[in-house]
Ligand binder design. Structure first.
Ligand code: SF4
Length: 639
């Protein structure tokens, strides 16, 4: 096909081993744009609402989107999706590297796994050769070790996505790893793979991808290459990757420290981007088709421990596993990063869960007896190493924390839910939103739980005034439409968003690839449709008004920031209610946070309106009708 679509979709029943080849449906891609969009529709249609996310009825999907693997900058992503065991709603997560493009080069747009294999397997794809192979000898291996072994056994030119022991053991925040350090970290996609006894996917291919208008695409891409090469943002991203943000976040009072107790880390200079480059960096690393090379191939040298090699730590890991755990040495942060990568756990949730456990230990809610004789003190690498091993193996109270900090706080009690820093069961990324209200609202309303990639507003919060929350909702809604488009098209937002490439230019590339003739407004509307569908899915599974799930933990409004430049700052409960009211209004939902029939029908989601109505959660009609432009009035400088 000459439209960015490789041509083949695989449906693999892991219970029976049956493999079905289907022609990829261009109509579906035209309507849902691939990646997160197609995944959202399949999960909504095919997973029974009462299905156990770790049971045979859940579906695990790999989708490469339209633009990944094409002749464009940073067309490197692949999206994974299933009902999330962490949030019990629509779940998706993506990663860069080379796996997605390679899947397309082998001829595949999507793989849909159903059922549960009777024994550990991995999927072997070599152009037309498709085999489910025995993975018994790889089961139990660390993610990084398994990738190395599979490459040794199959050939260096295979691209591998794998899970670690945590995914095998059903740790709910397990990730998928590729390229020795690229992760689809969020929403527990690794746990779903593990529940299906699917250890890895190995792929090799050498086909090309047809596009609609190659000459125009080449001309446009060359112009973008020449222009962005000298963009002032390019150099810091190339030199430090995302780690140059660590000090900036501390200076701007959004860096979480000591389990989000404060936003000021006194030892930030010991873990920031300069330390990473000076102490750990071996070489720069990039994904397919990218010259921003934000990846940092590094080593961690810690006396008494083996020297380990990894990719990272990038910003989120440094925040959640560095300052948030009180770590005062970049080598220690890197070592934790490596441990989590090899065990196969998301560093953001892994750091968040560990920080929560540390505060529980500090408050005496868990003790050395619970920790097999160990302590769990801020800044202690040995303590963290032992705790993570307990979690990955679900040993003792590791079992509680393997369910994430929300589930652990329900077990621990004593008011600990106040400082389990998550929303909808997913731990917050590496930003504290108490003095960045738009960021807090982004966490509260993100369809996959508290994740920053759906909407990131901190520079807007600073520009628009951090004390007031008014107007922030419409900005969040706009960003929640534009940013997830990158996960829909499977291209890297970091590249396209940070060097001033415009939304119009990205859509122009999409049109050169597909010939669809899409406008930016149409793309935003598609994104809004996806957002509403995942909201309906969440409400249908969890059977309560949407508003009930949109609150952050009470620390977010009860505790003011105690130190640093944000000292004394924080939002109030009233401001949180105000933001939610304004957010629902901007989306055309009712006060309960439930989508209305007017909006759903306007987006072509009549079936979802009917389903919500049957369950009694359809939003009440909005006085005055639906807002004519939902979230489209605000256009930030960057996305
Ligand atoms: Fe990969 Fe970084 Fe380039 Fe994005 S900017 S494609 S994450 S190297």
């Amino acid at each position: 096909m000459n439209n960015g679509i490789a041509g083949t979709t695989l449906r693999i029943n892991l219970t029976t081993g049956e493999i079905e080849r289907i022609l990829s449906d261009e109509e579906v891609y035209r309507r849902w744009h691939g990646g997160r969009g197609v995944i959202a529709k399949i999960l909504y249609d095919e997973v029974p609402r009462n299905a156990d996310p770790l049971g045979p009825e859940n579906i695990f999907i790999v989708n490469v989107g339209i633009m990944s693997g094409c002749f464009i900058p940073a067309g490197s992503k692949v999206e994974f999706g299933s009902v999330s065991p962490l949030t019990n709603g629509h779940g998706d997560s993506n990663m860069g590297g080379h796996f997605g493009p390679m899947l397309k080069f082998a001829g595949y747009d999507m793989i849909i796994f159903t059922g549960i294999s009777p024994k550990p397997v991995y999927l072997y794809l070599d152009n037309d050769i498709i085999e489910l192979r025995d993975a018994s000898r790889y089961w139990g291996m660390g993610s990084l070790d398994c990738e190395k072994q599979l490459k040794k056994d199959l050939g260096e030119d295979f691209e591998i996505a794998t899970i670690g022991p945590a995914g095998e053991n059903g740790v709910l925040f397990s990730c998928i790893t590729h390229d020795f350090g690229r992760q689809a970290g969020r929403t527990g996609q690794g746990a779903v793979m593990g529940s299906k006894k699917l250890k890895a996917i190995a792929v090799r291919g050498n086909r090309s991808i047809g596009v609609h208008d190659l000459e125009s695409l080449k001309k446009q891409v060359m112009e973008i290459i020449l222009r962005t090469k000298t963009h002032p943002n390019m150099e810091p991203w190339q030199k430090y990757g995302t780690s140059f943000f660590v000090k900036w976040s501390n200076d701007n009072a959004v860096l979480p420290a000591y389990n989000f107790q404060t936003t000021y880390f006194e030892d930030v200079d010991k873990i920031d981007g300069n330390q990473l480059v000076e102490q750990c960096l071996i070489s720069h690393k990039a994904c397919f088709g990218c010259w921003m090379n934000c990846g940092k191939y590094t080593k961690a040298v810690v006396p008494g421990k083996p020297i380990v090699h990894l990719e990272g730590p990038e910003y989120e890991t440094t925040a959640t596993c560095g300052s948030n755990l009180g770590m005062k040495d970049i080598n220690h942060v890197a070592y934790i990063n490596w441990m989590l990568d090899n065990l196969g756990m998301d560093t953001m949730s892994g750091g968040g869960v560990t920080a929560f456990a540390m505060e529980c230990f500090e408050r005496g809610l868990i003790t050395e007896k619970d920790l097999e004789g160990h302590t769990l003190k801020w800044g202690s690498l040995d303590d963290v190493e032992h705790f993570l091993d307990m979690v990955a193996c679900r040993r003792g109270i590791g079992e509680w924390f393997a369910g994430g900090s929300k589930q652990a706080s329900e077990k621990i009690g004593h008011g600990s839910e106040k400082f389990a820093m998550q929303v909808k069961g997913q731990e917050m990324s590496g930003y504290d939103g108490r003095w960045a209200p738009g960021m807090l609202l982004s966490y509260m309303t993100a369809d996959i739980g508290a994740h920053h990639n759906r909407s990131w507003t901190i520079t807007v919060d600073i520009e628009e005034g951090r004390e007031s929350v008014e107007g922030r909702a419409k900005i969040v809604v706009y960003l929640q439409h534009i940013r997830p488009l990158f996960d829909t098209w499977c291209i890297c937002r970091l590249f396209w968003g940070e060097v001033d490439v415009t939304a119009e230019e990205i859509v122009e590339s999409l049109n050169h690839i597909t010939g669809w003739g899409v406008t930016v407004d149409e793309a935003l509307r598609t994104s809004e449709m996806i957002w509403n569908l995942t909201r309906c899915h969440y409400i249908e599974r969890n059977r309560a008004n949407g508003r009930a799930f949109d609150y952050p933990p009470a620390r977010s409004w009860e505790d003011k920031i105690p130190s640093g430049p944000g000292k004394g700052k924080g939002v109030t409960r009233d401001q949180i209610e105000q933001m939610l009211d304004e957010y629902y209004e901007a989306r055309g939902w009712d006060k309960n946070g439930n989508p209305t029939r007017e909006v759903l029908e306007d987006l072509g989601l009549v079936f979802a309106a009917d389903n919500l109505e049957k369950l009694g959660f359809l939003g009440k009609p909005i006085p005055g009708g639906i807002p004519p432009v939902r979230g489209k009035k605000y256009k930030p400088k960057a996305f």
